[in-house]
Ligand binder design. Structure first.
Ligand SMILES: CC(=O)SCCNC(=O)CCNC(=O)[C@H](O)C(C)(C)COP(=O)(O)OP(=O)(O)OC[C@H]1O[C@@H](n2cnc3c(N)ncnc32)[C@H](O)[C@@H]1OP(=O)(O)O
Ligand SMILES: CC(C)C(=O)C(=O)O
Ligand SMILES: [Mg+2]
Length: 498
């Protein structure tokens, strides 16, 4: 049988401490509802004494959310605790989170105090909070750098005073995973009455170890993880909810379950990122844009044969429709064939080889190949069967001079060349082609567009040519827009010839 890990989400408190991430009450309610939907056990809704706005948000979240416990943070200060209790009055399930710094850094420099006095204040704040609510969580701020023996004394005393949850924060993100795990184990083994309370972890990511430390804590007996969506929080952030939840889910052997509906993770991540104007880094585990994107040929081939070759999580499990096979110059034929198939184009081996050659040429010029590019490449392959082909094109143009083009055409295997000038490079190229084909073909419509954006983009050219009252449509796409224009003209001529 699995043990339950309580998920305590502090996106709206520690996460909201991030500069630029402040939300108004309406936005906080939106996030709180998403957290409830996700299945978190506790929502830390704010620090009510800090401002009227934060107080009001805790009140409104308490009214808006039903199932999760609503928690409010305080210092070991009676007024903070009274204000928090007041803010929580409408909460169906309520918790006060109070505490004080226990490391020598905090005791000496923040409080100008000593260990005994701080121990007394810790007990006093828990006892005071117990007058207002049954569920009182105590935090020993900077527990990561607190001497274990002293920490155990404080924790034992606050549990005696009625703390239901004891939070062991690695406030500065300093601990090594082995060290943090050993700290939790020490408390499990040395604190009388430890089983009366739940041990919580609250790890910061200053050295990139927040998730590893939280897992070390859980493995050694912690049963509440304090986390935020996307790992946001003070400085380098907190442990991210999505990582802890998915680690527990992937590693069944740990025997740890959470209440989280993982299929809602991606939507919650996007909501928090957009409301807080905090982009998620592309390579962020679970929720980053590239977390399920495969871009190199060997990986793509492996994933297409069997997803699990390179994926330990089914993207659907976290609310992402499917993995993405990103086409780049490092992709192989398997990936190109797969994308073409999705787009409704199935090529035989020869055709695929030709399209792949063209693909590599384009991919070396463009970082990422999108669906329009792929369709264009498939179209270019069909052009290989054209009777008239553009052999080469050279154009000289500039400001204050007339453009001149020289063109080579291959017409059914025979080579032709011509030169012409024009009022611009496209006009010069098309005039030179007309010299060879000796037909009165008029360009009636000409449209050129970039597929996406950026100066390295592929330009698409659509044009209509008129001859003898008939219209012929031509298309091409190329990073060289003059070349694309000439190719589109030749495409139209081929239709006329046919
Ligand atoms: C690790 C964490 O994330 S803790 C949470 C951090 N979040 C916040 O600080 C946001 C909310 N904070 C605030 O709005 C304000 O700081 C307030 C309202 C709490 C206090 O404001 P002020 O009274 O102006 O005090 P100020 O912020 O300048 O200094 C903090 C005071 O609290 C004391 N303090 C800090 N932590 C605690 C604690 N856990 N218990 C008791 N006192 C504490 C400090 O020693 C300092 O007291 P001093 O002025 O006597 O030296
Ligand atoms: C208030 C406490 C839990 C905190 O945020 C920390 O120690 O990092
Ligand atoms: Mg914190």
């Amino acid at each position: 049988m699995s043990d339950k890990l309580f998920i305590f989400d502090t996106t709206l408190r520690d996460g909201e401490q991030v500069p630029g991430c402040q939300l108004n009450t309406v936005e906080k309610i939106e996030v709180a509802r998403a957290l409830e939907d996700l299945g978190v056990d506790v929502i830390e809704a704010g620090f009510p004494v800090s401002s009227p706005g934060d107080f009001n948000s805790v009140v409104e979240i308490s009214k808006a959310v039903t199932w999760p416990t609503i928690c409010a943070l305080t210092r070991a200060v009676e007024n903070d605790i009274r204000v928090a209790a007041d803010a929580l009055q409408y909460a169906k399930h309520k918790r006060i989170h109070t505490g004080i710094g226990t490391s020598d850094y905090h005791i000496r420099y923040k409080f100008n105090s000593n260990r005994e006095e701080i121990l007394e204040r810790a007990v006093a704040c828990v006892s005071y909070a117990k007058r207002f609510v049954e569920d009182v969580q105590f935090y020993a701020e900077d527990a990561g750098r607190t001497d274990n023996e002293y920490l155990a004394r404080v924790i034992e005393a606050v549990i005696k005073a009625g703390a239901t949850v004891v939070n062991i924060p690695d406030t500065t993100g300093y601990c090594l995973p082995g060290e943090f795990g050993a700290k939790i184990k020490y408390l499990m083994e040395h604190v009388d009455g430890i089983h009366k309370a739940t041990i919580a972890t609250h790890c910061h990511n200053d050295l990139g170890m927040a998730t590893a430390n939280t897992m070390a804590g859980i493995i050694n007996g912690a049963r509440q993880a304090e986390v935020t969506i996307n790992g946001i929080g003070e400085r380098a952030g907190n442990t991210s909810l999505e990582e802890i939840v998915m680690i527990c889910r992937c590693h069944h052997e740990l025997g740890i379950d959470t209440n989280i509906n993982t299929t809602k993770i991606n939507a919650a991540s996007r909501m928090v990122s957009s409301l807080m104007n905090m982009p998620v880094q592309a390579n962020k585990a679970i929720v980053g844009r590239n977390a399920f994107a495969h871009s190199s040929g060997i990986h793509q081939d492996g994933v297409l044969k069997n997803r699990e070759s390179y994926e330990i999580i089914d993207p659907k499990d976290v609310g992402i429709d499917e993995n993405s096979i990103v086409l780049t110059a490092r992709s192989g034929r398997a990936a190109l064939k797969h994308r073409l198939h999705i787009l409704g184009v199935d090529l035989d081996k020869d055709a695929l080889d030709k399209a792949y050659e063209a693909f590599l040429r384009l991919a070396d010029k463009k970082k990422e190949i999108n669906d329009d590019d792929v369709l264009m490449l498939a179209g270019q392959h069909h052009r290989a069967n054209h009777r008239i082909k553009l052999d080469y094109l050279q154009v000289s143009s500039g400001v204050g001079i007339r453009s001149v083009a020289s063109v080579g055409l291959d017409i059914a295997g025979e080579k032709f060349e011509a030169c012409a000038s024009g009022n611009g490079p496209v006009d010069a190229a098309i005039s030179a082609i007309k010299v060879i084909i000796r037909r009165n073909m008029l360009v009636k419509e000409f449209l050129i567009q970039a597929i996406n954006k950026g100066s390295n983009d592929v330009g698409k050219v659509h044009l209509t040519v008129e001859h003898d009252g008939q219209q012929y449509y031509g298309f091409s796409a190329n990073t060289d827009i003059i070349g694309a224009s000439a190719e589109a003209f030749v495409d139209a001529i081929n239709k006329f010839v046919r």
